[in-house]
Design a protein. Structure first.
Length: 120
């Protein structure tokens, strides 16, 4: 799960950075505001990569997904990109957990069978 979710978060890191470049064109927003909000979101993406295996990490990931969708108020294309990344986040969590369960089953089966016999 960690690899899939971290990959999604790193992709979001870059998308948030590019969206900040677009948001800078809005005359109603100061550059400091745009980069402070975007910087915090980008930092959150990186920090979540480290805690994604904990239950709170997944919940914070969902909060980030909804914030990304809500950023469409400033950059309308983010409605679409936020929805895409929310779907990717769901898939990463869902299939990541299935992969972990399968690995645990295979490890349990391997422990029951024991080490392979040496062919002499």
């Amino acid at each position: 799960m960690r690899t899939l979710c971290s990959s999604t978060l790193i992709g979001e890191f870059f998308v948030i950075g590019f969206a900040a470049l677009v948001a800078m064109k809005d005359p109603g927003l100061s550059m400091a505001t745009v980069w402070m909000v975007s910087g915090i979101a980008m930092l959150l993406c990186l920090l979540l990569c480290g805690v994604v295996t904990r239950p709170a990490g997944v919940v914070l990931g969902w909060v980030l997904q909804f914030a990304l969708i809500a950023s469409g108020v400033v950059v309308p294309m983010m409605y679409f990109l936020g929805a895409v990344f929310a779907a990717l986040w769901w898939a990463s969590v869902h299939f990541g957990r299935k992969i972990e369960e399968a690995k645990a089953r295979f490890a349990a089966q391997a422990a029951e069978v024991g080490p392979p016999a040496d062919a002499a």
